[in-house]
Write a protein that binds this ligand. Sequence first.
Ligand code: ATP
Ligand code: MG
Length: 221
Amino acid sequence: MDIVTIHNLKKYFGKGESQVKALDGINLAIEKGKFTAIIGASGSGKTTLLNMIGGIDTPDEGEVIVDGISLRGMKEKELAVFRRGKVGFVYQNFNLVPTLTVKENILFPLSLAGSTPDPVFFNEITELLHLADRLNAYPGELSGGGRQRTAIARALISKPSILLADEPTGSLDSKTGQNVLGLLKLSVETYHQTLVMITHNLELAQMADRVVRIEDGRIHE
Ligand SMILES: Nc1ncnc2c1ncn2[C@@H]1O[C@H](COP(=O)(O)OP(=O)(O)OP(=O)(O)O)[C@@H](O)[C@H]1O
Ligand SMILES: [Mg+2]
């Protein structure tokens, strides 16, 4: 079963001579429960594509369907509801709140949505990501790897339909990056979580079930 279907997606920036075809007719289906890596040169359109899947940006043409929901024509308010309910995001720079503890950071999106966490799942996910003994620490007291493991727990806690990660190991040294990605892969496998990850690291991309290459806004598999 496909959790994401993308039809003829186009996104152009600018006009005339300086126009950039960031996405130039993307067709892609992403299977539920699988780990897909997206690779490609800088400027090839990877982040633009991920942002369209996550409802952060809207295309000029084409359609994105996530978990049976078409994002076509959605207003910003509807997109915000879609993002909160369906998507987990992990970024290169962690995006943690420095004044909140690890535990508070992980639970922050749920508390914004007015939901209460499942304590069993919270314990499992923090054990799995080796955070259980750091729950009262602040992000500034953690290593880069610890910060990213916190961000991953935060993205997973709401059991999103799809987890989107834009170069999640980009700020980590290669050994830490490998460890963090190993734990990310273990968590998504344990919970049959769909993961789409952008990376520049071909070695890390090989850990995925499928590698999709994007060149000049088009898919080359
Ligand atoms: N908001 C924007 N305004 C203008 N141009 C943009 C904007 N966002 C992206 N672009 C352009 O679209 C193209 C694709 O950008 P994108 O960020 O998707 O690339 P990327 O593959 O993620 O690159 P990187 O590996 O460097 O992160 C680039 O030429 C970029 O300059
Ligand atoms: Mg990018």
